[in-house]
Ligand binder design. Structure first.
Ligand SMILES: Cc1cc2nc3c(=O)[nH]c(=O)nc-3n(C[C@H](O)[C@H](O)[C@H](O)COP(=O)(O)OP(=O)(O)OC[C@H]3O[C@@H](n4cnc5c(N)ncnc54)[C@H](O)[C@@H]3O)c2cc1C
Ligand SMILES: Cc1cc2nc3c(=O)[nH]c(=O)nc-3n(C[C@H](O)[C@H](O)[C@H](O)COP(=O)(O)O)c2cc1C
Length: 264
């Protein structure tokens, strides 16, 4: 898997650059990760459609097009994203659109406790604009507080819980990319015979499939949504729908959620 990281600032010293460099190193076994800068791009100005783009803009566009996914490190300036980052997105949403449909993961770090929460909200909205049209990884909001204390001397993240959250976000990002490519290996035997086939893994489908399976039926549940977004309206109305690999862990999770009630 080929990923491109974009440092969302033109500053010479940047904690967000440090975070991306850490990810580049930490996830080197999972993906080939290149790091790209935006400091060399000129400030965006609208031009006639037939004007050629600055070379640096075209180069970045080519890098984005050639990557399976893009990770943007977003600093927060005045409750928003830095002008240099917005300018880069403007270049890439006017006459060319390399972000269209591209899976994007957002990470960010700032000096204070909020860890770029407002900038991340902002960039998700921007990346959803019609001229941009990126496929941003939902949820998985990696916001790193107190940047100056977050890294050790060698540039590694200090807190192990932070690392494990970053790993989980990164795994979900890879799953998003794989599911977009249709590569996710769920070990479905499409030529097998099933007693019951259920369409839709919402509350209704999940219940039907579960009761059929409990009665001994060989059951296949088919879900149209990408991996990680299953659950339909049931999930979005805050009901319990989850997909996972370890039944014992999931069962345990639900039992804990429902305490003191004991549910089968
Ligand atoms: C914002 C909101 C709030 C709500 N609040 C409440 C509430 O408080 N209390 C309440 O009782 N109800 C509430 N509801 C209603 C409740 O969520 C729905 O009635 C319930 O979730 C419907 O369940 P379902 O399994 O029928 O559909 P869904 O949960 O929507 O599941 C349908 C699934 O089928 C999949 N699918 C669709 N087409 C295909 C296909 N061709 N092939 C494969 N898969 C397919 C979809 O991706 C989806 O995962 C709310 C709904 C919304 C949107
Ligand atoms: C003009 C400016 C505005 C800033 N505004 C915010 C802000 O709104 N919220 C915040 O958490 N940090 C703010 N900061 C502090 C940044 O979080 C801090 O400079 C951080 O190091 C920027 O990320 P970087 O190190 O990757 O460049 C601001 C910094 C600058 C220079």
């Amino acid at each position: 898997m080929k990923l491109l990281e974009i440092v969302g600032t033109n500053a010479d010293k940047s904690y967000n650059r440090e975070l991306l460099q850490y990810m580049q190193h930490h996830f080197q076994r999972n993906a080939t990760i290149d790091l790209s800068e935006i400091g060399q791009l000129p400030l965006f100005k609208e031009q006639p459609q037939d004007c050629s783009l600055p070379e640096s803009v075209q180069k970045l566009a080519n890098q984005i097009s050639g990557a399976d996914g893009v990770i943007i490190g977003v600093p927060e300036y005045d409750h928003s994203i830095p002008a240099a980052l917005k300018s880069m997105i403007e270049w890439l949403s006017c006459t060319i659109h390399p972000f269209a449909g591209k899976p994007i993961m957002i990470v960010g770090t700032s000096l204070g406790i909020q860890g770029t929460s407002r900038a991340q909200d902002e960039i998700r909205r921007i990346l959803n604009a019609p001229g941009v049209g990126a496929t941003v990884l939902p949820g998985n909001e990696f916001m790193l507080s107190f940047a100056p204390k977050a890294f050790d001397q060698s540039g590694d993240l200090v807190d192990r819980h932070t690392i494990s959250f970053l790993e989980s976000c990164f795994k979900h990002f890879q799953q998003l990319i794989e599911s977009q490519k249709g590569h996710l290996a769920l070990n479905v035997d499409w030529n097998a015979n099933y007693d019951v086939v259920v369409l839709g893994f919402g509350g209704a489908g999940a219940s039907a499939a579960r009761f059929a399976a409990d009665k001994g039926a060989k059951t296949l549940i088919v879900e149209a949504a990408p991996f990680g977004r299953e659950g339909g309206n049931t999930r979005y109305s805050a009901q319990h729908v989850v997909m996972g690999e370890n039944l014992a862990d999931l069962t345990d999770y639900y039992h804990n959620l429902n305490r003191p009630f004991v549910t089968p």
